[in-house]
Design a protein around this ligand. Structure first.
Ligand code: 8YV
Length: 317
């Protein structure tokens, strides 16, 4: 039996299948793996299922030629925490879990878009703190969503799933930017620059992968280009946004609101953000449903199974 490390407890169905197939070590901690632990795991296990926050940077692999561990079957579509090229240099295959995460992440994007537009977090706090003095025709007026313009940054699987929801569900006009030209099978227009997109959008949604190429892609310039009535939504990775610039834009009301599921230094959320009424803050809930977390875990196991059977894993990077 191959020895594998699972870096965080998974759903029952996933653990059952893993235990039936492999000699499994399950980490008890819910915190990301520490560098020493990552290094020792590379020599102890044949494979690992790491996840968000397990920072497999180049220096983790550096002291090993070809470690015992031959595969990092990442749990999650985002793999900005793994230096894939460095892993490859040390003979380690990296896989991820695309597809499984798409709809749930798009749903959280819509949750945030609607919550931000309609001031739902603020309203919830008003009720809970006993400060609601009763309905009036002008109480807590938010922004209308139906028929407005959504601007999608990154028209990959998740970006498209959000765009579809906006178009088919809310009659919205869809604009987007993408690294390469992209054709989609519903009405959507690719625009030439992020600033042009930011200027047009009523709701600007970040759905691009994280990593070095997109770090602080959305900063002062994009926020300055946005309409003061527009909302910014991030369901991708915190590092894609210059968080300090976002705080300033929200404080100055140069944008109307924001909805965030991800942060630059998770799980740390700046007090300056928490102090603002016009931002909705979720604890990285993107894929947090039983079905989806099970599907993601099964996908990681499919990748491991294929790899150990000598095949190319279905989601090899
Ligand atoms: C995951 C995500 O649950 O799949 C991803 O990349 O962002 C999440 O929804 C989590 O990050 C585990 O990778």
């Amino acid at each position: 039996m191959k020895k594998i490390l699972i870096s965080r407890a998974m759903t029952e169905a996933v653990m059952e299948r893993a235990n039936a197939t492999y000699d499994v070590t399950l980490r008890e901690s819910t915190a990301p793996m520490k560098p020493a632990e990552m290094r020792s795991s590379l020599v102890l296990y044949d494979g690992m299922i790491p996840t968000l926050g397990d920072m497999f940077s180049a220096d983790i692999f550096a002291e090993f030629g070809r470690p015992k561990c031959k595969i990092l079957a990442n749990f999650g579509v985002g793999y900005n925490h793994i230096d894939v090229a460095a892993a490859r240099d040390h003979g380690i295959t990296v896989t991820n879990t695309p597809g499984a995460v798409t709809d749930a992440t798009a749903d959280i994007g819509m949750t945030l878009l609607l919550m931000s537009a309609r001031r739902a977090g603020e309203g919830d706090r008003l009720v809970r703190t006993g400060k609601w003095t009763g309905w009036t025709p002008t109480q807590m007026l938010g922004s209308h969503v139906t028929g407005k313009t959504v601007g999608i940054i990154g028209m990959g699987r998740i970006g498209q799933a959000i765009a579809r929801r906006c178009h088919f569900g809310f009659g919205m006009k869809v604009l987007f930017v993408n690294r390469s030209p992209k054709e989609v099978d519903f009405p959507a227009t690719q625009v030439e620059s992020l600033e042009a997109l930011a200027a047009e959008a009523d709701y600007l949604v970040a759905a691009t992968p994280g990593g070095a190429d997109t770090t602080h892609l959305i900063g002062e310039a994009a926020f300055a280009a946005m309409k003061p009535t527009a909302h910014f939504i991030n369901i991708s990775r915190g590092e894609v946004v210059d968080e300090a610039a976002l705080v300033t834009a929200l404080q100055n009301r140069s944008i109307a609101g924001a909805g965030l599921d991800v942060y630059e230094n998770e799980p740390t959320v700046p007090d300056t953000l928490k102090a603002l009424e016009n931002v909705t803050l979720l604890p990285h809930l993107g894929t947090a449903t039983e079905e989806v977390r099970t599907a993601m875990g099964m996908m990681s196991l499919d990748n491991l199974d294929a790899f150990f059977a000598g095949e190319t894993p279905p989601n090899a990077l």
